[in-house]
Design a protein around this ligand. Structure first.
Ligand code: UTP
Length: 303
């Protein structure tokens, strides 16, 4: 393991997708702004980046993304109204998101795929390794992942993806990794990647989830990556090239994540995220849990 890599300081958050799985809610509102309990999903993601020490955040936005920019900006009118009322608690909540990180924005224009969204970050990132956090992927704040990925990247060099074991019938929903073990029990070497394979063709049950630490050579590859599955420029296809040729950009490793993760762009997972996080909240949890227990008991009796 070498230790001579530049420290990672930048996070890129692609949030320019159309969010069609969540229509009609996402007709005029980005899916990343949907509340998970009382915070928009995207705020958890920015908080995760900041907790891992990345306070330079570039958000890749598209159409209807103005609310994202407004959420991380000051709202003087609201702040002064709350100040006048002497409501310090809510004032702090309003100011929290604008004080979190140094935010930057770039527009993707046409949503031509996740790979293309990441490429839009190239001028801002330059030639340093950087993190990518998908704006609709929520990692439970109690199960840290990104810091471990950064440590692994600093140790092994190259790029690092986050992997989660899923049931074989789920693998067609994800990018899938072929892997070999390493000396670290939670780290594998990625030898190949396939985007959304059928269960029979999948090289493993390891699904790629929405956290990446990438070597900047990924930009050189993305510039020539042809549209793949779904006619989109796929980040997985570019990562496959990185994994294939270690000479360019170093190896690709995977951190195997066993914590809680929610795809907030999926309606079922979104509901599960809200229930789980609400149950854990000190202010809302006790009442909500008691209600939920009664509700589940009633439902069991009915069925
Ligand atoms: P998804 O695969 O969830 O696609 O994107 P989507 O368009 O956002 O949502 P659905 O499937 O239509 O409901 C994964 C991540 O990549 C971003 C999305 O914002 C999301 O964070 N993305 C995707 C972009 O930023 N640009 C793109 O062109 C595509």
């Amino acid at each position: 393991m070498t230790q001579s890599h530049p420290r990672i300081t930048k996070a890129v958050i692609p949030a320019a997708g159309l969010g069609t799985r969540f229509l009609p809610a996402t007709k005029a509102t980005p899916k990343e702004m949907l509340p998970v309990v009382d915070k928009p999903a995207i705020q958890y993601v920015v908080e995760e980046a900041v907790t891992a020490g990345l306070d330079d955040v570039l958000m890749v936005t598209g159409r209807n993304k103005r609310p994202l920019e407004d959420h991380f900006d000051r709202n003087y009118e609201l702040e002064s109204a709350l100040e006048k009322k002497g409501d310090g608690e809510r004032l702090a909540k309003v100011q929290e998101s604008s004080d979190l990180a140094t935010m930057h924005y770039v527009r993707q224009g046409d949503p031509r795929g996740l790979g293309h969204a990441v490429l839009c970050a190239a001028p801002h990132v330059g030639r340093e390794p950087f993190a990518v956090l998908l704006g609709d992927d929520l990692i439970d704040p109690r199960d840290p992942l990104l810091q471990r990925m950064i440590d692994v990247q600093e140790g092994y060099g190259g790029s690092v993806v986050a992997l989660m074991e899923v049931a074989p019938e789920q693998i067609h929903l994800y990018g899938c990794a072929a892997v070999e073990g390493t000396g670290d029990s939670d780290v594998v070497k990625v030898t190949g990647l396939v985007e959304k394979p059928e269960a029979a063709e999948a090289p493993s049950n390891y699904a790629i989830i929405g956290r990446y630490v990438l070597d900047p050579h990924i930009f050189d590859i993305l510039r020539t990556t042809e549209p793949g599955r779904g006619g989109e420029i796929q980040l997985t296809d570019a990562l496959q090239q990185l994994a294939e040729d270690e000479e360019v950009g170093g190896p690709v490793h995977g951190v195997v994540f066993k914590g809680r993760r929610y795809d907030t762009g999926d309606r079922g997972d979104y509901l599960r995220a809200i229930v789980r996080l609400a149950c854990e909240r000190e202010d809302l949890g006790p009442d909500f849990r008691a209600w939920l227990q009664r509700y589940v008991a009633e439902e069991m009796q009915r069925s």
